[in-house]
Design a protein around this ligand. Sequence first.
Ligand code: AP5
Length: 216
Amino acid sequence: MKLVLLGPPGSGKGTQAQELERRHKLVQLSTGDMLRETIASGSALGAEVKTIIDSGALVPDDIMVKMIAERIDAPDCANGFILDGFPRTTAQAEALDEMLARKGTSLDHVLAMTVDAEILSRRISGRYSCAKCGAGYNDEFQQPKVDGVCDNCGGTEFSRRSDDNPETVRARLDAYEEQTAQLFPYYREKKLLRSVDAMAEIGEVTAEIERILSVA
Ligand code: AP5
């Protein structure tokens, strides 16, 4: 199964991708995480990417397409994957269609996470993740079972993202409206788009996604 999760910053793409990965043995391909790894590597590309991410703008299409093309060729993607944060422009969507067509395959679903704009900044400002395994949490909406201990790996160190500040979040939302929202008509025309009410509680959103996948 090959899925795309489409939605604005804070809509829950990463949260649901982690759950779907666990349930369906799919691989979560988060371009945001890949870019943060590139930054952490200390390379010249990483320095360039950090400036762009901290401004809230999108990283150029050629860098993103190359990154995903290499990643989906890896053996762990053979059983399927969940694209979380890619594609974000029409050029990326077209490149994805072409790379999958060359492999004789195509996307199964594009899940559009719909959420009211005013909740997004609350979700983003409360977000943090385990520094060891990357599991996501939220001060308000998703706390670990034991305070200060990761449910997934028992880690006790947590981190917050440098682009989760109000100014950068506003720029990220603008980039979403101006560039990524164009993908709704693109995928609607291909009859791949399924809308998910991402305002519901995390478990209910997962249940709705499961219903969509089960009738497909
Ligand atoms: P990226 O890392 O992809 O960030 P994003 O798209 O802005 O999305 P987020 O990670 O902020 O949100 P999410 O939808 O995953 O929500 P989450 O599940 O964490 O990209 C970062 C940057 O990298 C971009 O700005 C860009 O510069 C660059 N980039 C990445 N991909 C690119 C591409 N393809 N092309 C060009 N540039 C690219 O949830 C948020 C919080 O809410 C969490 O704390 C969670 O616990 C909580 N939550 C989730 N669901 C619910 C719920 N239902 N109810 C209550 N709380 C919830």
